[in-house]
Design a protein around this ligand. Structure first.
Ligand SMILES: NC(=O)c1ccc[n+]([C@@H]2O[C@H](COP(=O)([O-])OP(=O)(O)OC[C@H]3O[C@@H](n4cnc5c(N)ncnc54)[C@H](O)[C@@H]3O)[C@@H](O)[C@H]2O)c1
Length: 339
């Protein structure tokens, strides 16, 4: 297949490009490099285009024939979305609308969309399935839920086939392929714990150790980036068999606490990782764990990376040996946060 990967210079999109190229597909990456990296585009051509540039998108979609689009391109920092909501709605909502319109005009009828656990808001059950109420508590989550709505409406109006995959916490890397999690502003726990293990950044903070969980720290569901890539490939096959707009939650199905992550990372890195306990942060639920039963039944997807240690080990190789283009290469002084 000929697949356009929007946001393919970013963390998950670059792993997707590797996965599809290795499976024999032709990959083209569209990215404005706002948080992604030119050097992460190692499979396929890079087209430097902003989703907000409707004419540029039109030229790309009219210029060659794509069988499907994978849409990873978004801004995705929750805190930033609260302080800059307009730019989040503009980038994530208007950008998605521009992409869908350019697809419609070019008769591209399939899209896999990166959605998120943030569309659910505060969890009302221990394990979150697709039927869980959708009540995002920040503009980032709201922008993704709006995009899901566009996909449902486009299925009705134009016959667009879509799969929205709601990832919980993406983690890990593909050692030996020169790509990994390379966010200049890193808010995710595993990379920040590994940076602390490398002596980078200020001390690691655990935000709250008095939650109603086994060890008092927040529990999250870490799904390996390669498992995510495989789910996208299965979604392409699923759209061959199924019309309409579909949504799936993707997680490992197991929760791991902040303490679990720090202890496992310490054992993988072979060093003690210092941390301090800070007050809880507003909006951090005690537990966020996905039910991926629907993805298992309908996509035939099951995570292969179910244990925490190999997930962290794959990320550790990336963080320890990062290439010079990575923003964390020899970088110190970025805020380091846990949970
Ligand atoms: N990383 C996670 O744990 C996680 C969890 C849930 C959902 N997601 C979603 O998955 C997707 C990928 O996440 P990631 O961690 O790889 O992020 P990332 O920031 O590494 O990648 C996003 C890519 O999109 C590009 N981009 C952003 N806005 C663009 C625009 N207007 N035009 C063109 N390109 C643009 C960026 O330059 C970057 O290369 C995002 O949509 C994110 O919301 C990620």
């Amino acid at each position: 297949m000929n697949v356009l990967i929007c946001g393919g210079a970013g963390y998950i999109g670059s792993h997707m490009a590797q996965y599809l190229a290795e499976a024999g597909h032709v990959v083209t990456v569209l990215d404005n490099l706002s948080t992604g990296h030119h050097e992460a585009v190692r499979w396929g051509e890079l087209l430097e285009v902003n989703l907000l540039d409707a004419e540029g998108l039109e030229r790309v979609l009219q210029g060659r024939r794509f069988d499907a689009v994978m849409h990873f391109a978004a801004r995705s920092l929750v805190g930033e979305s609260v302080s800059h909501p307009y730019s989040y709605y503009s980038n994530n909502v208007t950008g998605t609308l521009n992409l869908l319109e350019a697809m419609r005009r070019a008769d591209v009828e399939r899209i896999v969309f990166s959605s998120t656990a943030a569309i659910f808001g505060n969890p009302q059950s221990d394990v979150i399935d697709e039927a869980h109420p959708k009540a995002p508590i920040n503009p980032y989550g709201a922008s993704k839920l709006m995009a899901e709505r566009f996909l449902a409406d486009a299925a009705q109006a134009y016959g667009l086939r879509s799969v929205a995959l709601r990832y919980f916490n993406a983690a890990g890397a593909l050692p030996g392929h020169g790509i990994g999690e390379a966010h200049a502003c890193e808010t995710h726990l595993i990379p920040n714990v590994l940076r602390a293990a490398l002596g980078q950044g200020p001390s690691l903070k655990i935000f709250g150790n008095d939650y109603d969980t086994a060890d008092g720290t927040c529990v999250r569901d870490y799904v390996h980036v390669q498992d995510l890539a495989r789910a996208h490939a299965l979604a392409l096959e699923f759209m061959d068999r199924n019309e309409g707009a579909h949504t799936f939650n993707l997680g490992n199905g197991q929760g791991f606490s902040v303490h679990d992550v720090i202890a496992t990372a310490a054992s993988v890195a072979g060093v003690a990782i210092p941390y301090e306990v800070a007050p809880r942060r507003a909006g951090d639920p005690a537990r966020l764990v996905a039910s991926s039963a629907k993805a298992r039944e309908q996509l035939g997807w099951q995570p292969r990376w179910t244990e925490l240690a190999p997930i962290i080990e794959s990320a550790w190789h990336w963080h320890r040996d990062q290439p010079s283009w990575s923003p964390h290469h020899r970088q110190t002084g970025h805020p380091t946060q846990a949970a």
